[in-house]
Structures are given as structure tokens and as C-alpha cells.
Design a binder for this molecule. Structure first.
Ligand SMILES: *Cc1c(COP(=O)(O)O)cnc(C)c1O
Length: 245
């Protein structure tokens, strides 16, 4: 009998395939990032054994603890939460990807602390599409361009694209509008930098289909794989206060 966790993971993968097809995009063009924050290492192991490699975490301490627990597995850790300067060192030593970079100072620190024996840290810049709803993310074009140029000058970082968490909306048309804005920014930035940006990290459990329709290359799915999250103890970033849908 298949475990409910594996069944939900397979369902999410099927939703991604269906959305790829509906958008006329090649099969496999959208990567599934399993957002495992607040869920125990045993569940990550179960998914790993089923074939999942990329896991997303929001809290540095939680990511490093799980990385130690799962040190024998070849997990790709994606850091997707708010990132403070004093945590940059740990992230640079543990993660393969950071989706939530929004400050040059943190970029410098990630570069400084990225160990030479590891490949460059893969980086997406977080964009704040709706000023009010989230504190994280770059808010203006000038700020975005400057940050992108700073990151490109750091050889232990590799700039891959953009990430955003738009204000939640139940309306698929509105969901698509927000993702379309991120896609347009991505194209504009690619043209301005003449740099091959290839990653759009957008779409969560409630808006995966809209994100794939607008060109997401990584979707970040927590609730629909792992179930509702228990409340996080410790400092709770804005995003964790969202009610599970
Ligand atoms: C928690 C989180 C997700 C996953 O959200 P779900 O709605 O549970 O799928 C995705 N991205 C970020 C940045 C998150 O913090």
C-alpha cells in the first residue's frame, strides 16, 4: 500500500505534468521543490527514497539540523526564507540554492562564506510584487538591476533568475497577472544584463497551475505534499502566518 505522503507527492507531480501540457510546455520543464519546513526529517527521507531531491526550507537553523540528520543523502537544499546577514555563513555552507536574496550585503557574505570545494551557490533574487503583503523582496527596477549586477560580479554565486510570493488570491486570472509581471521583469532583466537567466521560482500549493501557465521553472510546494503545517515555534516569518488553503 502506498503511503499517503507519497500519494500526495505523486498527485502534485501529476498536476505539474497536466499544467505543462495545458501550457504547451515540454514535459519536465518545471521542477518540483518540496517545501519541507516544519516537517520532520523522516518524511523527507521517505520522499527522497521515492525520488525527490530538492527540498525547500525557510528557517536556517531547521535547514542545517535536517542537513546534518540527512547527511548521507544527496539532498539539494534550497533556502527560500528571509535571510539575515548573521545567518549567511550557514546558508552558504549548506544550501545549493537561495531563492530569497534581496540585499547586496547578504550577497557579499554568501560569496565570502561559500566553500571553494562546493559549486557556486545558485541564486534567485526575490521580488516584492505587492509592497504591503510582505517585507521581503526588492521593490523597484533600479534596486533589482543594481542587485543583479552586484551578484553577477561575485564568482561564488551564480545568478539564475527571480522568485516571488505574490499576495494570495483565489482568482486564477489574478494569480496569472501577478506571475506574468514577474515573467516580464525576468525578461527585462535578462535583456538589460545580457545574462542567460533561466529560472522563475513561482507558484505554491494554491496557485501552481497559474504559475506554470506563466512560465514558472520551479514551483515551491509545501501544503499539498506534506499536509497543513504545525505552527512554527520560534520567530515566524510573515509567510508562515498564511492560513493553509
Ligand atoms: C511555505 C512556503 C512555500 C510553500 O507554500 P504552500 O502553500 O504550503 O505550498 C513556498 N514558498 C515559500 C517562500 C514559502 O515560505
Amino acid at each position: 500500500m502506498t503511503d499517503p505522503l507519497i500519494l500526495r507527492w505523486q498527485e502534485v507531480k501529476a498536476r505539474i505534468s497536466t499544467a505543462e501540457q495545458a501550457a504547451g510546455r515540454p514535459a519536465g520543464s518545471v521542477q518540483l521543490l518540496a517545501v519541507s519546513k516544519t516537517h520532520p526529517a523522516e518524511q523527507l527521507t521517505q520522499l527522497y527514497q521515492a525520488g525527490q531531491r530538492a527540498f525547500g526550507e525557510n528557517y536556517v537553523q531547521e535547514m542545517t539540523t535536517k542537513a546534518q540528520q540527512l547527511a548521507l543523502l544527496e539532498v539539494d537544499w534550497h533556502f527560500i526564507g528571509p535571510l539575515q546577514s548573521n545567518k549567511a555563513r550557514e546558508v552558504a555552507r549548506t544550501a545549493s540554492w537561495v531563492h530569497s536574496l534581496d540585499r547586496s550585503k547578504v550577497a557579499q557574505l554568501l560569496h565570502q562564506h561559500r566553500p571553494d570545494e562546493l559549486p557556486p551557490l545558485q541564486v534567485c533574487l526575490q521580488v516584492n510584487l505587492d509592497d504591503e503583503t510582505s517585507k521581503s523582496g526588492v521593490k523597484t527596477w533600479d534596486e533589482l538591476l543594481a542587485l543583479a549586477q552586484d551578484v553577477m560580479a561575485l564568482d561564488r554565486l551564480q545568478l539564475r533568475g527571480l522568485m516571488s510570493i505574490p499576495a494570495p488570491s483565489p482568482d486564477p486570472a489574478q494569480q496569472r497577472q501577478a506571475f506574468a509581471r514577474l515573467r516580464q521583469l525576468h525578461e527585462q532583466l535578462r535583456a538589460a544584463l545580457e545574462h542567460p537567466l533561466d529560472t522563475l521560482s513561482m507558484g505554491m500549493s494554491a496557485d501552481l497551475e497559474a504559475a506554470v501557465a506563466e512560465g514558472a521553472t520551479i514551483v515551491r510546494i509545501g501544503t499539498d505534499i506534506f499536509g497543513a503545517r504545525p505552527p512554527h515555534t520560534g520567530s515566524i516569518p510573515v509567510i508562515a502566518e498564511k492560513q493553509p488553503t
